[in-house]
Design a protein around this ligand. Structure first.
Ligand code: APR
Ligand code: ZN
Ligand code: ZN
Length: 361
């Protein structure tokens, strides 16, 4: 039986989000209905509201979530009702050319639910990143559910579903940070701080956090940065070179998504070092660099989609590290809020006051 529950929707460009009744159908083949316990507020939800992602209003927002599987459709074998899961927005297909080559993190045909959730008048909802988890319950493809240890706090491990995984994976998966490496992270919001946490987990010897906001630098230090640079006051390229024996960092992670900070990352790395772009630029941004510098400095210029994560591989491990006290995911939960407070949380996010506000249900 379809169920009517509460959900946070964006009806149109720039309109404040609304808490309203939504209809969640029974799971179709390959689907799962998940009772949401917690869901983080991410910039991407705000971009949906602003029309920056598509015009397919109304959107059901929320996508950094954890909860309990309530029911599953035909053919679902990986999860069963009662499982504690973290949701992901890239359920890999297993059959496209990327999957077949053993690179499922680049899957070109990721799956979402086979049916649509709707408003009570039948209007179809477009769930943010195919999830839509600012809701009591949501319908997803079962492959979007990754089972993790139920001892974990939902508000903390739910963040693995997007921003924290993106940053952590940028360091560990894309940047291949290893023991003894020097790492710099430019931009220390939720994503950059997660990159700091990832670099620490991987055994980096030096982790240099760069931001224009002193409070973000304090947070980065508490998460594992060994040095901080306020790039409003100090040239970050010079500072990073100075802190790395004049060479530059082995891996520089750009977690802002702007040409000027990308250039800083490019010049702040050691010869043959790696730059990882995990910040998301906007369509009008362009980059100009001397091609000779691109050639002459060697190394790798990479971008990191979703931290090059494989949820089935990464979420359970990271949850275990969290439970062992080796990865402080609670540090990313600045505040927990109720489901009617998402609009207010957007404003705090825009002011840079939070790493994450997390809706608890
Ligand atoms: N130099 C250094 N830091 C900067 C600069 C700059 N020129 N401009 C902004 N920042 C810092 C901000 O002070 C903030 O701490 O970058 C950080 C961005 O953090 P958030 O706004 O919290 O964003 P976050 O969630 O971390 O995401 C970062 O990754 O997923 C993408 O869309 C997301 O592009 C965004 C990026
Ligand atoms: Zn695929
Ligand atoms: Zn997100």
């Amino acid at each position: 039986m379809a169920q009517t529950v509460r959900g946070v929707i964006a009806r149109g460009k720039g309109l404040p989000v609304e808490l309203t009744d939504i209809v969640v159908p029974d799971p179709g083949p390959g689907d799962a209905v998940v009772r949401i316990q917690a869901c983080g507020v991410c910039h991407t939800d705000y971009h949906y509201r602003e029309g920056g992602i598509s015009d397919d209003y109304p959107f059901l927002l929320g996508h950094e979530a954890a909860g309990i599987v309530e029911s599953v459709g035909d053919g679902v074998t990986d999860v069963v009702p009662g499982d504690f899961v973290v949701l992901n927005w890239r359920a890999v297909c297993g059959t496209c050319r990327a999957c077949k080559r053993g690179r499922p993190q680049y899957c070109f045909d990721t799956h979402n639910a086979s049916k649509k959730m709707t408003l009570t008048d039948g209007t179809e909802l477009e769930p943010a990143l195919g999830i839509g988890a600012f809701a009591d319950k949501t319908l997803v493809a079962a492959g979007q559910c990754t089972k993790v240890d139920p001892a974990a706090r939902a508000a903390a491990v739910g963040l693995l579903g997007c921003g924290v995984m993106a940053g952590l994976g940028a360091a560990v998966n894309t940047g291949n940070v290893g023991r003894g490496d020097t790492v710099a992270v430019i931009g220390c919001g939720g994503v950059g701080c997660a990159a700091v946490a990832g670099a620490r987990l991987a055994g980096a010897a030096k982790i240099i956090a760069v931001d224009i906001d002193a409070a973000k630098l304090d947070t980065a230090r508490s998460i594992g940065a060994t040095h901080t640079v306020n790039s409003r006051e100090t040239d970050p390229v010079e500072a990073i070179r100075e802190l790395t024996g004049g060479f530059g960092a082995d891996v520089v992670i750009e977690a802002v998504g702007r040409p000027e900070t990308y250039k800083q990352a490019f010049y702040a790395r050691d010869l043959a070092g790696t730059v990882v772009l995990v910040g998301v630029p906007t369509p009008e941004m362009t980059l100009e660099l001397p091609l000779l510098d691109v050639f002459g400095r060697g190394g790798a210029l990479k971008s990191s989609w979703y931290g090059d994560c494989l949820p089935s591989r990464d979420f359970p491990v990271l949850t275990d590290l969290y439970l062992q006290g080796r990865l402080d995911l609670d540090a990313f939960v600045t505040e927990t809020i109720t489901i009617d407070a998402v609009e207010a949380a957007f404003h705090r996010m825009e002011k840079g006051e939070v790493l994450r506000s997390v809706v608890e249900l």
